[in-house]
Structures are given as C-alpha cells and as structure tokens.
Design a binder for this molecule. Sequence first.
Ligand code: GDP
Ligand code: MG
Length: 165
Amino acid sequence: KSGYVSLTGRPNVGKSTLLNNILGEKVAIVSPKPQTTRNRIVGVKTLPDAQIVFIDTPGIHKPKHKLGEIMVKEARGSVSEVDIILFMVEPEEPGRGDKFIIDILKDIKKPVFLLINKIDTVSKPHVLPIIDAYSRLYPFKEIIPVSALTGDGIDILIKNIINYL
Ligand code: GDP
Ligand code: MG
C-alpha cells in the first residue's frame, strides 16, 4: 500500500513537530526543491506494509494581504491532490482560523482526519467537548487525539492512515 497524506492546520498547531516525530531517523527527507508551487514533499515513511508520503502544506490562514492569498491558494492546491488530509488543531474549541480551514475542506472531496494535538497539556475530559464541537462542523473520517511531542496516539494515526490507503 502507498499513498499521499497532507498535513494542514493553523500555524503553530504542531505540524512540523508531528512530521519530525513520525519520520524520525528512518526517513528519506526529500529536499523541498523549488518545484512548481504545487506541494512540498516533506518525507517518506516506509513501513513493512506501506509507504506513506507526507506533504507539508503552508499553514492555511485567513489572508490578510496579497502574499497571504497566494499562500492560501497553494495550500488549497496541495490538499486537493492527496489521498488523506490530516487537519491538525489545538486542544481547544474550534476558533475562526480553524473554521476558515474547514470551509476549504468542505470543497474538497477527500477523507479528512482530525488530529487534536497537544493532548499532553490537557486532561481527557477536556478533550470530549472539543471532539463534539468539531464533529458538528465537518464529517471527519477519524478523530484522533495525539501528542506530536510525546508521540502519544501516533501509532493509532499510522494504523488509520494505512487502513484508508
Ligand atoms: P507548526 O507551525 O504547525 O509546524 O507547529 P510546530 O511544530 O512548529 O509547533 C509549534 C509549537 O508547539 C512548538 O513550540 C512545539 O514545541 C509545540 N508543540 C507541538 N506539538 C506539541 C505537543 O504535542 N505538545 C506540546 N506540549 N507542544 C507541542
Ligand atoms: Mg511548521
């Protein structure tokens, strides 16, 4: 099995941390060569039963200026060409920036997993209402609490990705 997975979310939610954790040392880091602005391949995770290509997207945010608009366009493009989209959020109620991204995801008919990151900073009961709130906004295929920092939930994430490939 093999496929492409893109990681998106507001700046600072932990996308790079997650990629570093997943890819670890057994990774062929593909240098982000100045290619056709489509997408930036970050790395390939090779497992006994699957090969997963992770694509980093420029953080999607509400454009405040022309450059922002261009970056958002690029991000939209890169998420539309993958098998699975990982949408990463803070362990908080959805905010305006998150809803802005969800609106973009609604136009793209791809399976989206919600990753609630930084669960090392909150208690379990705290996460339940967040899962609830996000479920009302979008039909996520999977909702997976993770900690990109400690690695918590990453094995479950990888299993679920392989299931969808
Ligand atoms: P990005 O902008 O989405 O790529 O976010 P980064 O990966 O650069 O992370 C932003 C900040 O959040 C950094 O200070 C990270 O150390 C921190 N961070 C990322 N993941 C976690 C996590 O799971 N738990 C905690 N406590 N901090 C995290
Ligand atoms: Mg980053």
